[in-house]
Design a binder for this molecule. Structure first.
Ligand code: ATP
Ligand code: F6P
Ligand code: MG
Length: 360
């Protein structure tokens, strides 16, 4: 039996490919299967604060029947990863009632979901969460929307850099995103054939990096190399990853530039380095087939959770299936770090890739 509901959907945190695909799935399933009304809240908590609502319909953005949402990057609803949410918490909580919502589907990463979960607990909202983030650091799910596309983007960049590196016998240092975790660096580094992968979870030493580069050259006549460094990587000495005392670096300098300086300083042989900071290119592009699939199945499952009254749950990808997990448990274990003794790190080491100084 159908029960008329009015549900909201918002996207929060850094944008990523696949957000529009999840919006499409939620709107399709909620309207076609359940005959509910779906409204989009623009700019996450900012839109809630301002009580903004956009009516969403299954073919609302079509042009001559062509549906752009499945393959469009970014989010048509807009997103924020900063703001005055805490200051205006009471007003935001009240907006849920003012907008006459029966439930809210929040698509976000660990930061946003934690904020929204607090608001939901205080306001007794009917909240269902969908994990998205290129960082893949949301716990209890093997996949978050956007990660696969970002890994593909980085891997493509590594392929391109490999041939120019080889042509000039250079060491290419590629700085990638990930905040406090190294999932992006590790996955793309392995897939893109990196020689060195530096992660926040496994401290590195510059001696270890230089030793690897020397061995490549001396033992294998391999005169070029690819170094992938996560933006949050740390040294074994716990020193700041970016040394403001170095003349060419500003306090906000990237770790990629810092590693290049360190290689030049500590390597016993002359090494020509170049640094590429992939930046927000990693958040752009059309979603991969896998991200579209994950987004679509997550969107469908989130609507079903609302229908079943299973609230404060997050949809999750586990063992090739979509399941529901308690949001509080997810947040207690997020951001999820790379396991330094996990199979991916062991695979990288088995192939001779330097991944920092892992303690046995
Ligand atoms: N809706 C929001 N309102 C205000 N601040 C936010 C909001 N969403 C995120 N932030 C801030 O940004 C921080 C980092 O969020 P973060 O970017 O990690 O978002 P996320 O949801 O985890 O997604 P992602 O990690 O993919 O960007 C949060 O801890 C919080 O301080
Ligand atoms: O949009 P901003 O504020 O530049 O955020 C950048 C951060 O967001 C992410 O892209 C996703 O969390 C991180 O990998 C990166 O550190
Ligand atoms: Mg996050």
């Amino acid at each position: 039996m159908k029960t008329q509901k009015r549900i909201g959907i918002l996207t929060s945190g850094g944008d990523c490919p696949g957000l529009n695909a999840v919006i499409r799935a939620v709107v399709s399933h909620a309207t076609l299967t359940y005959d509910w009304e779906v409204i989009g809240i623009p700019y996450a908590t900012q839109g809630l604060l301002e009580q903004k609502a956009i009516a969403l319909s299954r073919h609302g953005l079509d042009l001559r029947g062509i549906d752009p949402l499945l393959s469009m990057g970014g989010t048509i609803l807009g997103s924020i990863n900063k703001g005055n949410t805490l200051e205006h918490a009471d007003e935001i909580i009240a907006s849920y009632q003012a907008l006459a919502l029966d439930a809210l589907i929040a698509v976000g990463g660990d930061g946003s979901l934690s904020i929204l979960n607090d608001l939901a607990c205080r306001g007794n909202w009917q909240l269902v969460a969908v994990p998205k983030t290129i960082d893949n650091d949301v716990a209890l799910t093997e996949r978050s929307i956007g990660f696969d596309t970002a890994v593909n983007t980085i891997t493509d960049a590594l392929n391109r850099l490999t041939f120019t590196a080889a042509s000039h016998d250079r060491v290419m240092i590629v700085e990638v995103m990930g905040r406090s975790t190294g999932h992006l660096a590790l996955h793309a580094g392995i897939a893109g054939g990196a020689d060195v992968i530096l992660l926040p979870e496994i401290p590195y030493s510059i001696q270890g990096v230089c030793r690897t580069l020397a061995e490549l050259r001396d033992r294998w006549a391999h005169k070029f190399a690819i170094v992938v460094v996560a933006e949050g990587a740390k040294t074994t000495n716990e020193v700041l990853s970016c040394d403001p005392a170095l003349p060419s670096l500003t306090p906000q300098c990237g770790i990629g530039q810092y590693i290049a300086e360190q290689i030049s300083r500590y390597s016993t042989m002359p090494i020509d380095t170049r640094v590429s900071v992939l930046g927000h290119i990693q958040r752009g592009g059309i979603p991969s087939a896998l991200d579209r699939l994950v987004a679509t199945t997550f969107g469908k499952a989130a609507v079903d959770l609302v229908a079943q009254g299973q609230l404060r749950q997050m949809v999750a990808w586990q063992n090739g299936r979509v399941v529901a997990v308690p949001l509080a448990e997810v947040l207690a274990h997020s951001p999820l770090p790379v396991d330094p003794n996990g199979y991916l790190v062991k695979t990288a080491q088995a192939l001779g890739i330097y991944v920092g100084d892992v303690l046995a």
